[in-house]
Ligand binder design. Structure first.
Ligand SMILES: [Zn+2]
Length: 83
């Protein structure tokens, strides 16, 4: 489940594996930040659910790399995003 909600100041997002996988994205930050936060929390979810054991720093690196690619308007649109 993915939820967009206002959460504590300074927090961008959260991932909880239990009782069922749930990602929360802070809806009060700019949309570009929400996109990167969703990507970041989904990477934590994938790491946890598939037992990859990614560290916070590895998650950040993948988030930044994919975020760069997805910031290209053509790529973003191809992936189904609206500009
Ligand atoms: Zn993180």
């Amino acid at each position: 489940m993915i939820e967009f909600a206002s959460i504590a100041d300074g927090e961008f997002g959260e991932f909880h594996a239990f009782p069922s996988p749930r990602v929360i994205v802070n809806s009060s930050v700019p949309i570009e930040v929400q996109r990167l936060t969703l990507l970041h929390e989904l990477l934590h979810a994938i790491s946890e659910l598939y037992g990859l054991g990614l560290t916070e720093s590895q998650v950040r690196c993948i988030e930044q790399g994919l975020g760069q690619v997805m910031s290209e308007p053509d790529v973003w649109e191809f992936m189904g995003g609206r500009i």
